[in-house]
Design a protein around this ligand. Sequence first.
Ligand SMILES: [Zn+2]
Length: 121
Amino acid sequence: MKYKVMIIIIAVIFAAGAVGTFFALNSPARGTVRVISGGKVIETIDLISSDDRSFDVEYDGHKNTVEIRDHRVRVISADCPDQTCVRMGWLSSSSMPIVCLPHQLVIEYTESLDGIDAVTR
Ligand SMILES: [Zn+2]
């Protein structure tokens, strides 16, 4: 009997973990992001209420095009030499901001999203 109870408990814990992981992986991006250009916050965007749009951020004659779609944000094009900001894709973690070093552009969450990010900070 005890063995059976153990199995059920383990199964429940496992199921809860699987569901939690599922939601963590599939939850849409949350929260507010800010766009920093040359050390100044030029745009603050509430992703939850934002409509799909894109806008250009210009700095010192250079340009990054930022796209907001499905409540996520990314750099879709840039005229920087390394293209790192474009390759980073969607902003997904508060501990991993999108950075364009040549253009001094940073796109980041204004606050940590969850405990895991808080620990890695
Ligand atoms: Zn770049």
